[in-house]
Design a protein around this ligand. Structure first.
Ligand code: AMP
Length: 463
């Protein structure tokens, strides 16, 4: 039997992946532009690492026992193409921190002695069960601050600065009702003692828990704290708290982060169960959420974590590099888009329902593309070339222009122009002969004939 798809059965994007189309991509661009602007005000530079890396990087960096590495990676054996090449297991990156730290080590960035402040924007890949807000290819906007201890990379100032920057970014993007949840998971040694205490506390009760939690209790008891399994919550809430296992320096570090946030006026809630899904975290861990499924304005349903991050003081060494404490986060861009869309829709609805609603809110839709300055309508196919030449002139002068087709009837040209542009420029025999153009401004209904030299000025005028 043929495996060729039938023509009547067109191919679709792979499950868990999707196409982003205009006008929605305008919102993605706006988010990315705002992020770039905010990050540059805090002294960050962009890093771009490859989309695939050696599988070992994630196994060592993210942790073999994490859900990501144990079941969600897209990995394949890359065949050797030449004798000089070795067959190698490669993986589409499921996150970007390990790649950034690999690059930090590879390019010996630590030898500069400077604190590295890096950001990235790009796709990540995890074979998760797709649902709203959870995809197999998704985008992250992330930041990493790392460097040798002498660069101040361990300082609680860095943690607080990153959190304050996130609060500023979310405010500038217009995200409403965000919540910062904060915790400290202590040093690697604190974690070892806590791990032992958790194992001891879980031993007598784990048989009553769901299958996943029974497995986690054996392999990585910290992960049990992440569990959302309703039936297990009572047991989980009664487990020892990591705060009671922090040594003095981790405790002081956490207190200093909180004091700096208080000084900046950034609100937060300490959540003792926030341990995050990746193994490399030490000390500060955090998540920003928006109201969950009970509030439709979040747009995220049960996936209410907009972003997550934390400190990873031992990661560089885990990857064979020098000591390079660091802190970072990754924003789920897909979820940010869903949240902004849902919040804009909710605000527009509220404004429509109440006559006293804030003026202008309803028009603050996130998916509107601004209208072009002009639509050029050639009258007759023989004027198409002249229309394109005029469009070139205007576009090169910085105007946004669409060109119609000379075979269109005048009515069709007007309808097409009204959809996409603020003005229609009619180019007929007479206009070409006299070096003029007839321009109609849709907002006012005004129609004038102007000399070609004045066309740019007229089209630039808002109307
Ligand atoms: P993580 O790298 O797991 O700490 O995730 C950081 C952020 O990325 C999360 O808070 C989500 O917003 C986003 N994220 C993680 N996994 C997915 C996914 N499968 N689809 C969409 N967004 C995701």
């Amino acid at each position: 039997m043929s495996t060729q798809p039938k023509p009547s059965n067109p191919l679709k994007a792979v499950r868990g992946t999707r196409d982003l189309l205009p006008p929605e991509t305008a919102l993605w661009n706006r988010i990315e532009q705002t992020a770039r602007q905010v990050f540059s005000r805090y002294g960050f530079g962009e890093i771009r690492t490859p989309i695939f890396e050696a599988t070992e990087l994630f196994a060592r960096g993210v942790g073999e026992e994490t859900d990501i590495v144990s079941k969600e990676m897209y990995s394949w054996e890359d065949r050797a193409r030449a004798q000089s090449e070795k067959a190698q297991s490669l993986t589409l990156r499921p996150e970007n921190t390990a790649g950034v730290v690999r690059a930090y080590i590879e390019h010996k960035l630590g030898e500069t002695g400077d604190l590295q402040k890096l950001y990235y924007i790009g796709p990540q890949f995890r074979r998760e069960r797709p649902q709203r807000g959870r995809y197999r290819q998704f985008w992250q906007i992330g930041v990493e601050v790392l460097g040798p201890v002498s660069s101040g990379s361990e300082s609680p100032v860095r943690d607080a600065e990153v959190l304050e920057m996130l609060a500023t970014l979310l405010d500038e993007l217009g995200v409403k009702n965000w919540r910062l949840e904060l915790n400290s998971v202590g040093s690697t040694e604190d974690r070892k003692r806590y791990d032992a205490a958790l194992r001891a506390a879980l031993a007598p009760v784990k048989a009553q828990m769901c299958e996943d939690n029974q497995r986690r209790a054996e392999t990585n008891p910290l992960r049990v704290l992440d569990s959302k399994e309703p039936a297990d919550q009572e047991i989980i809430n009664a487990l020892p708290k990591i705060a009671d296992f922090l040594d003095d320096s981790s405790r002081e570090h956490f207190a200093a982060v909180r004091a700096a946030l208080d000084a900046c006026g950034v609100p937060y809630t300490v959540n003792p169960r926030l341990v995050r899904g990746l193994d490399y975290y030490t000390r500060t861990t955090f998540e920003f959420t928006v109201p969950s499924s009970s509030d439709p304005a979040s747009g995220l349903g049960t996936q209410n974590a907009l972003l997550g991050g934390g400190r990873y003081d031992g990661l560089s060494e885990m990857l064979g590099g020098p000591k390079a404490p660091g802190i970072g986060f990754a924003i789920g861009e897909d979820r940010l888009v869903l949240t902004l869309q849902a919040q804009a829709e909710a605000a527009a609805k509220a404004a429509d329902e109440s006559s006293a609603g804030a003026p202008g809110l309803a028009s603050q839709t996130w998916v509107q593309i601004p209208k072009l300055d002009a639509y050029i309508a050639p009258m007759g196919a023989e004027r198409n070339a002249a229309a394109l030449a005029l469009a070139r002139e205007l576009r090169r002068a910085g105007l946004s222009v669409e060109v119609g087709d000379g075979t269109f009837r005048l009515k069709k040209s007007f309808e097409a122009a009204d959809k996409v542009a603020r003005h229609i420029v009619i180019l007929g025999e007479d206009e070409l002969a006299t070096n003029t153009a007839t321009v109609k401004t849709f907002a006012t209904g005004e129609q004038v004939k102007v000399a070609r030299g004045q066309l740019g000025e007229l089209l630039r005028a808002k109307g």
